[in-house]
Design a protein around this ligand. Structure first.
Ligand code: CIR
Length: 253
């Protein structure tokens, strides 16, 4: 991964969608945490393109949901929440700077990037409140045309697939809750994140380092014992709005 795209949280950030019940976020703190997130990525050698806040869309700092990016193409999604429709149009000109091939989900499709988990050249697509079967079908067809495979996973308990499961490389899946028993992961080694630290599942792999949220010592110690280097980032204000580490960037491989 050489590049990442992020968007600063705006003044309207606290008006976004949330189920977290953790109180209203403080915008000043969110801006500070966002800056530290960017600095953490930069410290790992990633060139970060920082977009200005878009006040029309309170959730637009969660750029991951607007596109699926890989080595071969960028796919513009159709975000599942009505208030987020339109965010994808704002990311399009930005992705055109990086990609010649851009594809689009259309019609009745709805899909959030947070529901798409890549494991090598396979993409798991979570079927959720945000991502419907038509979205998964269209994405599977597009990915197929570029030589990738995909399959779906029914998600019952969390917002997005990657809220509860990520891939850490070396054949290791990090999971919690309902994903500990998912058949599709049975050929991988599944590391369990304990329920009280469930938020810490959503982490970012940058070569040999894992970017993890601060304040989840059991998960941090477990990952370190597994031989990963960890780098912690304060995510409290984003957690209040149901957003994790992956949500805050589009990472271009
Ligand atoms: C939303 O509900 O859409 C935002 N408040 C949070 C989106 C988090 N995005 C992600 O997990 N990829």
């Amino acid at each position: 991964m050489r590049h990442a795209i992020v968007r600063k949280p705006g003044r309207s950030f606290a008006e976004g969608i949330t189920t977290a019940n953790k109180g209203k976020p403080c915008i000043e703190t969110a801006i500070k945490q966002h800056r530290q997130y960017v600095e953490a990525l930069e410290s790992l050698g990633i060139e970060v393109l920082v977009l200005e806040a878009d006040e029309r869309f309170p959730d637009s700092t969660f750029v991951e949901d607007t596109a699926i990016v890989n080595e071969r193409c960028a796919i513009i999604t159709r975000p599942g929440a009505q208030t987020r429709r339109g965010e994808e149009l704002e990311i399009l000109p930005v992705l055109q700077r990086f990609y010649q091939k851009i594809e689009y989900l259309q019609g009745e499709a709805s899909l959030d990037g947070g529901d798409v988990l890549r494991v090598k050249n396979h993409f798991f697509i979570g079927l959720t409140q945000r991502t419907n079967k038509e979205g998964a079908r269209q994405l599977t067809d597009i990915l197929g045309a570029y030589g990738y495979t995909a399959s779906t996973i029914e998600v019952e308990e969390v917002l997005h697939l990657k809220t509860g499961v990520v891939y850490l490389d070396k054949g290791i899946i990090l999971a919690t809750g309902e994903f500990l028993k998912t058949k599709a992961f049975s050929s991988y080694r599944v590391l369990e994140v304990v329920e009280e630290e469930a938020y810490a599942v959503n982490c970012i792999v940058v070569r040999d380092t894992l970017l993890i949220p601060k304040g989840f010592p059991k998960t941090r110690d477990m990952l370190q014992k597994e031989g990963f280097r960890t780098l912690e980032v304060e995510m409290g204000e984003f957690e209040k709005m149901d957003g994790g580490l992956t949500c805050l960037s589009l990472r271009i491989p």
